[in-house]
Design a protein around this ligand. Structure first.
Ligand code: PLV
Length: 320
């Protein structure tokens, strides 16, 4: 915890020479992978837990694909309150181990995050625990919006675009809120998902909220079946783009990022990295959907802890 009582850290903003060379314009990486819980999630979850739970709470309960749970477990440990984390069976063992290392009680319920969420909501009432929603809450968005305030303090001028990954849409909502607050509301925002965890893209195409029948992507941390309403509403703005990559493109991006930047991130983050590495942004520029040349682009390296070398090898065998 920092001296001002905030649970997240102000993360580095680093120029990526490799990504800049590929894109033909400067790319800055906002290194959320270096947050104490391994992802940006501690910003929003930390803020919510501090506001709603505090040290008098009987405890907190979070439904998570992994990273929101880790952020909750970390926050609860810092505040000395108990944490219960409900994860679906798709969460790898390494996440369950990390959650227990933080002292959290772990429950594995259902196949995908939506199943775990229903159980967490039920337990929050029966056991009188403070419910921590991983993405759909204004306090979570407020916490995530600090990313943009840090960008504003570090960048000399407005970025050309911001690239981020979308699961349930909490990060997207927080970034949109922050952009509005600092007067950058017209900056293009590229929302990235993988095929099979594409609830925002499906909603954009259908022009209404859509519940996916299943999560078929290996990027389980993007695997909410329905995007939150606020994210859908932001997606109607003319400066918002929603695009998809395959699991394989996301995995190749994770591998290239590890080689070039020496940082290991999750497939959920690889979806964003693939926007540069797969040539998608260059294609959007060619189609006139993003400006060319582009002012410095900000890549939100959202991070994620559901990955190690063994998991990477496993993903090699299953990603298509
Ligand atoms: N993961 C959530 C939701 O899972 C969780 O419970 O951890 N990048 C990483 C590394 C993430 O872990 C997540 C969300 C996202 C991106 C997307 O963030 P969101 O949900 O705010 O759009 C089902």
């Amino acid at each position: 915890m920092s001296s001002d009582g905030v649970l997240h850290t102000n993360t580095p903003l680093i120029e990526s020479v490799g990504m800049s060379r590929r894109l033909g314009s400067t790319v800055y990486m906002k290194m959320e992978s270096s947050q104490p819980s391994g992802s940006f999630k501690i910003r929003g979850v930390g803020h919510l837990v501090q506001k709603l739970a505090g040290s008098k709470s009987r405890g907190v309960i979070c439904s998570s694909g992994g990273n929101a749970g880790l952020a909750t477990a970390y926050a609860a440990r810092k505040l000395n309150i108990p944490a219960v984390i409900v994860v679906p069976s798709s969460s790898p063992q390494l996440v369950l181990d990390k959650l227990r290392d933080h002292g959290a009680t772990v429950r594995v319920v259902g196949k995908v995050w939506d199943d775990a969420n229903a159980e967490a909501l039920r337990l929050s009432q029966s056991d009188n625990l403070t419910f921590v929603p991983p993405f759909d809450h204004p306090l979570v968005w407020k916490g995530h919006s600090t990313i943009v305030h840090e960008l504003k303090a570090s960048l000399p001028a407005k970025p050309g675009a911001v690239v981020l990954s979308v699961g349930g849409g909490g990060l997207f909502c927080g970034v949109m809120e922050g952009l509005d607050e600092v007067g950058w509301g017209d900056v293009p925002v590229l929302c990235m998902e993988t095929v099979g965890a594409d609830c925002l893209n499906a909603a954009v195409k259908a022009r209404c909220l859509v519940t996916l029948p299943d999560i078929t992507s290996e990027a389980k941390c993007l695997g909410a079946k329905t995007v939150c309403r606020q994210a859908f509403e932001y997606s109607g703005r003319p400066n918002v783009l929603s695009e998809l990559v395959s699991d394989l493109q996301a995995l190749e991006a994770v591998e290239l990022f590890l080689d070039e930047e020496r940082v290991l991130v999750e497939l959920a983050c690889g979806a964003s990295l693939a926007a540069v590495y797969s040539g998608l942004i260059q294609q959007l520029q060619a189609e006139g959907r993003l400006p060319k040349p582009l002012a410095p682009l900000v890549m939100i390296v959202c991070g994620g802890s559901s990955v190690n070398l063994a998991q990477l090898q496993y993903l090699r065998t299953v990603c298509k």
